[in-house]
Write a protein that binds this ligand. Structure first.
Ligand code: NAI
Length: 702
């Protein structure tokens, strides 16, 4: 059976699992805990061993394997990575959702890898842990997919700092399997023999639980709640009753590498172990399991974004062409390499990429680098930049194009393939980099200002196109000392303008919990503020069918230019809607006697057919859907000069008008001008807003 490539990125779950303290204790006993670690085994002051997480989401393993189309006869649990966001409580309801990240091809002889990732939260949405499972499919290699290149875990060339010996009982799998993995291979001697083993074998995850206990006892004794990450590769099978040793090397503050070996023959049964521990700062913004691309990250601002994202858990593609400030010359791999080295030295994960953002191939190459190294793209910071300043008449086409190619075309080239990945997975954060030169203008930077303002336009549309896929797109206008600004910035400003003062905002715009999309922020020297295109209320200079004169514009320029009471529009429709509403006739005077008006919403719709102006409806084919909060829904279909009012919701309305019942009655009784209802937000119009303008012509209600 071929692997199902369509399964990549499709949601798996949510899967719900209730558990009690007894499940946590049963697991602890299954992985060798006893009286010497009573905290794991006694409901009084019970603490949960963090590796219990994987036993609780065991179904996810099989759902991912089944969805991937892998040949189930050849599957092995290859690797396991658990990141803990909060301690696991002693009882609760777990909700797990995930997806297959990618399929990799190791070749016909070696098999295929299926990588699946999941997040598990409590019923109150508190995030507990993220799991990345690598399933090894021995029988599925050679399907023509890409291989995975993974950075090997580096073990120090010295004796381990800790060595914890343990002796799993010969009956250990019988107890461990009660936590969920009841596969015959671990219990049925005949099945085990048919599978080529002398007897049932230990569950790899049972040995994993022994290792987790050993790591806690060595590095955070008695405090399992401090475990933040536990990752490893399962490398050899082990028979029950064979003693093991877990070897642990501390590598940095809060970090260790480990492996578990068969104490009888010295073979490594679990390899490439990584362990991270320490307090989780409250409300810390983390990027664990997120994959970020930062363009132009070999220096300046991009370097700091990449370092900081990696420090907070992201796996980062450090893209940089390594060019000169004006983009002339061939470039060099060394700036990107240096940043990758810095990230790795600090314990982070990163790969270098040297592609040129200004070509479509370069953009594809950058995104592919993220997919190859880390399997996905969650975050993209379009940051690469060059300068070629000249006053406008001296600005030759080469200087114009070179700057637009890197900044504006560059963002298009990288964002397009990244956006496709994000759309597929239903999540994304994109940051564009503009400049005060574009937002406000700067002498000698026509090319740069045009490109930088173009990026704001790109954001304005992508925020709309990304909305339903969970993609948020924002823009930063930084001020920072870098080689781009070294000769224009006064020396006293340089010290106060470290890129580190910009990165907090950019990181927040990349975070899961960033709520905004389509915003532009200035950031530098620790000062942050929002910049936006503001539209003033202006004025109507003439009736809609009369063309105003330039003289009337001259006479009214002050009022036309006035920004007092201005608005920031979320999209074109909202602005056009306001412009159209400005032509609405002023409301008819409210009836002197209230009883002359409509007293109920249904009365308005009952009266509507009688107010229909058939002459105005030739060639009109529209459906207006009214959603009147507090009263119900009606739709009004106009076709072939007739009008039909029906209660309920239409399948395919031309536009939808949403308003509260009291406001609707006021509007219909002439006490609330439609324009005012719209501009104050009382009336919301969705869909083809232009067609809503026909209502006034088609009905003579008041
Ligand atoms: P920088 O020159 O230190 O860093 C830019 C990086 O982009 C360089 O390492 C360069 O090699 C790389 N790069 C250039 N062309 C590339 C290409 N075609 N493909 C891949 N990489 C390429 O500059 P800085 O100051 O860190 O600027 C970062 C971004 O911030 C730029 O977009 C810049 O326009 C913008 N910006 C910076 C301001 C500041 O005050 N530093 C002010 C306003 C905007």
């Amino acid at each position: 059976m071929a692997l199902n490539m369509d399964a990549i990125g499709k949601p798996i779950g949510p899967m719900t699992r209730d558990y009690t303290w007894k499940d946590a204790v049963l697991y602890a006993l299954g992985v060798g805990a006893g009286f010497s670690e009573l905290d794991y085994c006694y409901e009084k002051n019970l603490k949960v061993i963090p590796s219990f997480a994987i036993a609780m989401i065991f179904d996810f393993f099989f759902q991912a394997a089944t969805a991937s189309g892998i040949n189930l006869a050849g599957i092995l649990h290859g690797e396991q990575d658990l990141i803990f966001h909060n301690p696991i409580p002693t009882e609760g309801t777990l909700i797990t959702t995930g997806r297959i990240v990618d399929h990799y091809d190791k070749g016909v002889e070696k098999g295929a890898l299926i990588v699946a990732q999941s997040d598990t939260v409590l019923a109150d949405r508190k995030k507990l842990f993220t799991s990345t499972i690598t399933i090894f499919g021995r029988l599925d290699g050679g399907f023509g997919g890409k291989d995975r290149k993974k950075r090997p875990v580096e073990f120090p060339d010295r004796e381990p700092d800790f060595m914890v010996a343990a002796s799993p009982s010969p009956d250990q799998p019988l107890l461990y399997r009660l936590s969920g993995d009841i596969f015959h291979l671990h219990v049925d001697p005949e099945f085990a023999r048919m599978s080529g083993f002398d007897m049932p074998i230990m569950h790899g995850l049972c040995t994993h639980g022994f290792a987790c206990r050993a790591l806690i006892a060595s590095l955070v004794p008695g405090r399992p709640e401090l475990v933040r990450r536990l990752a490893c590769r399962f490398s050899k099978t082990l028979y029950p009753g064979v003693p093991i040793k877990t070897l642990i090397w501390k590598t940095a503050a809060g970090k260790a590498v480990w492996r578990t070996v068969n104490a009888e023959n010295g073979q490594t049964v679990i390899d490439n172990g990584e362990f991270e521990y320490g307090e989780v700062p409250k409300d810390e913004i983390r990027f664990d399991n997120r994959v970020a691309i930062v363009t132009g990250a070999g220096a300046g601002l991009g370097r700091v974004y990449a370092m900081e994202l990696a420090r907070r858990g992201a796996r980062v593609v450090v893209n940089d062409l390594g060019g000169t400030r004006d983009g002339v010359g061939d470039g060099s791999s060394s700036p990107a390499d240096r940043v990758v080295e810095e990230i790795r030295a600090a314990g982070g994960e990163a790969v270098a990429n040297y592609a040129n953002v200004s070509t479509a191939d370069g953009g594809t190459n950058i995104v592919q680098a993220a997919l190859d190294a880390f399997g996905s793209v969650d975050i993209l910071i379009n940051n690469a930049g060059i300068l070629r300043d000249k006053s406008f008449t001296k600005m030759a086409p080469e200087a114009w194009h070179a700057v637009l190619d890197v900044h504006l075309k560059g963002a298009y080239n990288v964002t397009r393939p990244a956006f496709a990945v994000m759309r597929e997975k239903g999540y994304g954060r994109i940051v564009m980099t503009t400049s005060a030169a574009g937002l406000y203008g700067n002498f000698g930077q026509a090319n740069y200002a045009a490109a930088k303002m173009g990026l704001v336009g790109l954001m304005n549309t992508l925020k709309l196109e990304g909305e339903k896929y969970g993609i948020k797109v924002n823009t930063v206008a930084p001020i920072a000392a870098s080689r781009l600004t070294e000769d224009v910035m006064p020396p006293e400003l340089v010290a106060r303008s470290k890129p580190e003062f910009v990165s907090p905002l950019v990181l927040y715009l990349c975070a899961d919990r960033c709520p905004v999309s389509g915003n532009t922020y200035n950031a530098g020297m620790g000062v942050f503020n929002r910049a936006a295109v503001v539209t003033g209320p202006g004025m109507v200079l003439a009736e809609a069918d009369q063309i105003p004169t330039p003289e009337s514009v001259m006479a009214n320029l002050k009022a036309i230019s006035d920004l007092a009471g201005g608005k920031v529009y979320p999209d074109l429709n909202a602005q056009v809607g306001d412009a159209l509403m400005a032509f609405q006739k002023p409301a008819a005077k409210a009836p002197a006697d209230q009883s002359q008006g409509f007293s109920s919403v249904s009365a308005v719709f009952d009266a509507m057919p009688g107010t229909f102006v058939a002459d105005a409806a030739s060639d009109v084919n529209v459906v207006f859907q009214y959603i009147i909060a507090g009263a119900g829904e009606w739709h009004c279909a106009i076709q072939d000069g007739t009008c039909t009012i029906t209660s309920g919701v239409h399948d395919n309305p031309t536009c939808i008008l949403k308003i509260a019942d009291t406001d609707f009655l006021k509007m219909m009784n002439g006490q609330l001008p439609p324009m005012q209802a719209y501009t104050s937000g009382k009336l919301k119009i969705e869909g083809d807003i232009m067609k809503s303008q026909l209502i006034e012509k088609l009905f003579k209600l008041n």
